[in-house]
Design a protein around this ligand. Sequence first.
Ligand code: DX5
Ligand code: ZN
Length: 230
Amino acid sequence: MLFSHKTNRSIRLSPSLLSANAVTLGTDAAAALAAGGDRLHYDVMDGRFVPNITFGMPVLAQLRSHLGPDAFLDAHLMIIEPERYVEAFAKAGANQISVHVEASPHLHRTIQLIRGCGTQVGVAINPATPLSALYEVLDSIDTVLMMTVNPGFGGQQYIPQSTAKIRALRAYITANGFATQIQVDGGIGLDTLATVVAAGVDDVVVGSAFFRADGDLSRSVAALQRCLDA
Ligand code: DX5
Ligand code: ZN
């Protein structure tokens, strides 16, 4: 957990396992939680919705059994027809499932499907998709996963226009009295963290900037916290 004195709010830290070492994934995942990560972000890519392929349900199930019941596993599905796999990811042990608004034409139904599995519901939105695509569902989801890079790869640069988009979403959620949380994903690190926190996010996904620190993940968390204290 990070804390912003400027806004007097706790910010959830979600290390992205995409940047962990695949050979030592279980150990890295446990270390990320021990170092102060709140939720593990699990990026599922299908080579269709995004131009890359990662891991699926079996690896998530193995992580669940390795980490035990208390670890929060947050599955970000960057796949076409995500509704086909929602139940399988819930069964594998996901605590939250996020689907892309661009990949799910019957989004309301998909949200109900996820809810019915007993997991939390997230909806992800790409940089070029307007916020209005979410307005009709905002009050029935837990999290908006706002992409601040084009999804597909770790280690990309934060898209600067995202800041105004975060502010606009925060204002819309506040004005309507919704409880929806804002999670940002892509290019979040020492140079961008303070900006997105000031703009109003609740949860930051951090991949390369978290796992980069040579072996000592608590140093990554401390460095991120220092950005907010500066
Ligand atoms: C990108 C993924 C992100 C990625 C972020 O498509 O959705 O979760 O791991 O990595 P960084 O923090 O390196 O931009
Ligand atoms: Zn992601």
